[in-house]
Each structure stands twice: as C-alpha cells, then as structure tokens.
Design a protein around this ligand. Structure first.
Ligand SMILES: [Zn+2]
Length: 347
C-alpha cells in the first residue's frame, strides 16, 4: 500500500477561492478593501488599529492604509517582528496587545471572505474526490474553506475525535498502536484554526486544551477563551499548546511512512526551520509533486525558466546524491489531476 500526503499552504486556499483569499503579502490590501481597518468613505484608521499602524510605520516604514500591489506588507514577517519584540522587551505587554490585535484582524478577514464564497465549487472539491481513506492532509492554513468540504471524510472525523479526546481522561488508558496510527488518514492543521479556542487561565483544569465552540467564555473556569492560531515562521510556539504539538507528532509519524508527497500552494519560508525539519522526516518518499504557479517564471514567448528562489529549498530537501526522488511540477491542481506537467504545458 502506498501512502500519499498532501501538504497545503496559502496558495491552495487562494486557488480554491479563485484569488479572493490573501497570500502572505496581501492581508492588509484585502482588509482595507473590505473596510476592516478603516472607516468606510473617510479612509481614517479605526481606533483599535492605531497602534498597529504606528508600529508598522516604525519597523517596516510602510502604512497599512496606503499599500498597493507593488508596495506590500509581508504579514509573516510582521508577526515575527512582534514575536521578537515580546521576547526582548522589558515591557512586553504592549506588544502582546499588538499581536492579539493582528490575530483578530486575520480572523475577521477570513470570516468575511469565507461568507462571501460559501456556495462556489472550487479546487478543494476536486481534492475531496481524489483522496483515499489513508491519505493525510497536512495544512498550514487557518481558514475553514477545506474544513467545510472535508466534513464527510474520515480525515475530518479523525480530527474531531482528537479534539474530543482532549478532555477525556480515559484517553490516557487507550492502547496506542503506532502502526495503525500511521495507516490512518488525518487532517492536520499545524498552525491551528480560526474556529479553535483554548483557555489560558493558569488555574483552570482545561488550561491549553483545544475546543471548537461558539462560546467566548471557558465553561470550566468562566474566564475568556482565546482563539488558537499560530503565526508562521517562528513556529516554536507550537510547543506551548499540547494539542498542536500532538498534531506535529502525528504529522511526523505520517511523513516517515509516506511514499508520495503533494505540496500544493506552500512555500518554505527561509526562516521556518521547524517546517523544513518536519518535511525532511519523509525519508521513504519516492515521488514529490509540487503544485504552484511559482515553480516557473514565464519569460519571452511563454518560455519557462525555473524559479530557483522558490524551488531551491525543496530541491535541497528532496534531491541529494543518495536519493533519487521523482520530482514533478504542476501549475494548478487541475493540471495535477490530469497529469499535465508544467513544462509540457508551455512547450
Ligand atoms: Zn478555563
């Protein structure tokens, strides 16, 4: 039996939503176009985003209100700067508030965008039709586009079971068969999800446990719940939440037995050593497919040139003297299904 793992990044949700979901450098542009950070009409920044605007001006020399497609703000970078401030500041509280404000903006943007495209069919529907029960989907996306479509599948039910077992003390006694675990198919959201919440109150017996709930108050200690999404790049935050760490452990277990990887819409950020390390655990992989319009650049007369800035980190993982991994490149998910390779397409 051959196990396939899909690894999804922002590009997959962008493709499914036909461009209405943002890439890492389109967040503020989309948020402004939907009037989430400014007053409609006047263009004045909303009060709750004033200090975020000031901080971005200070550190990135950019204005969150006057950005264009050419002059963008990389949100992964911005989150990383804020995290470094929190680690180093004598008074980290204002930076913690900045991080919270930014996370709330991200969640609000995703909720708005999801409501706008509820009924449309897209690439994720094709994904659904092309996965078997033992396939695993690892995603770095926080949004719910795929969750909605995947709900009837075993992968999603296994995720629900993992969340349910968070508060179930009997789970301690469950015998674990790691062979069965690796044969099972999962949906692993390694950076959290906009609908996951947790209680961070230190005296609560549900501290750091994950739940999916409409409620904003913890039912155990009656304190406010937090939303659980982890900024990319630094990634070591995943250790703070036992549930996220469990998902990473499962991801590693799955990757060690995988024979085929399909990496869709995911770029390896240069400083994200944890994800790089995780993908490197796929030692038995024979075939890698990368689905991303960024694999190649179109130069004169539609001729293609490899985009090494994007490809290099992957080639470094999968191609070495000792390995002979088959690498395939596709421009879109539909090309992948129909096996139309990127360079054949433009011959
Ligand atoms: Zn609590």
């Amino acid at each position: 039996m051959s196990k396939t793992i899909f690894i999804l990044g922002a590009g997959a949700s962008i493709a499914h939503s036909q461009g209405s979901f943002p890439s890492y450098n389109e967040f503020f542009l989309k948020a402004r176009n939907l009037n989430l950070i400014n007053e409609e009409g006047s263009g004045k920044v909303l009060k709750k985003y004033e200090s975020l605007r000031e901080y971005v001006q200070k550190i990135m020399k950019k204005d969150i209100l006057s950005i264009s497609e050419k002059n963008t703000i990389d949100i992964e970078r911005l989150m990383t700067y804020i995290d470094i401030e929190i680690e180093n500041a004598d008074e980290p509280e204002p930076y913690k508030i900045l991080r919270k404000t930014l996370l709330e903006l991200i969640i609000e943007l995703f909720e708005k965008l999801s409501n706008n495209i509820k009924e449309k069919r897209g690439d994720y529907n094709d994904l659904l039709e092309n996965i078997k029960g033992d396939y695993t989907i690892i995603t770095f996306n926080w949004d719910l586009l795929l969750d909605r479509i995947l709900q009837s599948k075993k992968q999603y039910q296994n995720l629900e079971e993992l969340i349910d077992s968070e508060m179930d003390l009997m789970a301690f006694h469950q015998p674990i068969n790691s062979h069965l675990l690796s044969q099972n198919g999962y949906y692993l959201k390694l950076h959290g999800s906009v609908d996951w919440k947790y209680c961070s109150h230190s005296n609560c017996d549900a501290k750091n446990k994950v739940l999916i709930s409409e409620e904003n108050i913890c039912g155990r200690c009656i304190k406010p719940l937090n939303k659980l999404i982890i900024p990319p790049i630094i990634n070591k935050q995943y250790k703070i939440y036992p549930f996220i760490e469990k998902l990473w452990t499962l991801a590693r277990l799955q990757l060690t037995v995988a024979e085929e990887l399909v990496i869709w819409g995911y770029r390896l950020p240069p400083t994200d050593f944890y994800s790089d390390w995780l993908i490197r655990t796929s030692n038995n992989v024979k075939k890698v497919s990368i689905i991303n319009p960024d694999c190649f650049r179109k130069i004169k007369d539609q001729k293609l040139q490899r985009n090494m800035k994007f490809l290099e980190p992957f080639l470094d993982i999968f191609l070495s003297d000792k390995k002979s991994t088959e690498m395939n490149y596709y421009e879109s998910f539909s090309d992948y299904i129909h096996n139309i390779k990127y360079d054949d397409k433009y011959k």
